[in-house]
Design a binder for this molecule. Sequence first.
Ligand SMILES: C[S@@+](CC[C@H](N)C(=O)[O-])C[C@H]1O[C@@H](n2cnc3c(N)ncnc32)[C@H](O)[C@@H]1O
Length: 250
Amino acid sequence: MTQTRGSAIERIGAARGDPSLAILTGFHAIKHAVRFGAELRDVVAVDPGEVDALAAQLAPDVADALRSRLQRVDDAALRELTRLPVTGRVVALARRPPDRVGELAAGPGGPDPVVLLEEPRHLGNVGACVRVAAAAGAAALATTGIADPWHPDAIRGAAGLQFALPVGRLESARQVRRPLVAVDPGGEPLRAGLVPAGAVLAFGSERRGLSDELRARAAVTVALPMRPGVSSLNLAAAVAAVLYGLRLSR
Ligand SMILES: C[S@@+](CC[C@H](N)C(=O)[O-])C[C@H]1O[C@@H](n2cnc3c(N)ncnc32)[C@H](O)[C@@H]1O
């Protein structure tokens, strides 16, 4: 570990908005990223000893990779970088893997579903969707619209699990060539057999739900039954319920 300032912080600061790089804030995001193959370029922490101890205790499999890159920075520099309160005490920079979701959505693929988020708005929600897609074994997660699923806030929300499955952006749902399933409160109650293997499961935006165009393109529309009076579930809760419903019914 070296006492340092300057260059690593500058590289991380300059990486905002660079589509080839990922900024990872917090220990768990960095841990997952390394565990799923990310090559770290820089790791900066207010207290490298604290990060080293956490790694030894919670994730010995990634401890060496972290230790070899850890650099000390002062609290103010880190806070300015992350624009976070005193939480985010460790930040790393890694290269993003190439975006393969267009190719995956267009190909026949395997039996695992692909999650498609149509124009999601909240980066925390996008991150929560990535996290559950990784945990439930989805083949990939794609988004349309402006929200970047690799934005630092989405990476934090996903605890770095963008590295565990292909995650990226589609220009449009028209690129999808697999069976397209709309997930919408107005659909048929979800049951085993309704969703074909290898389907793309499309979820709508938080405010507006699915577009008319996407609904019209879907082979089937499925719903999670709800108690009368409840209009919808949170986006990430709906993704979790559908993925685990399918997984447990297999
Ligand atoms: C917060 S909801 C959108 C609510 C929106 N006002 C609407 O009318 O659809 C975000 C997305 O989660 C999914 N969702 C939420 N509750 C659902 C349910 N009960 N059944 C199926 N999908 C649901 C849908 O894909 C929906 O577009």
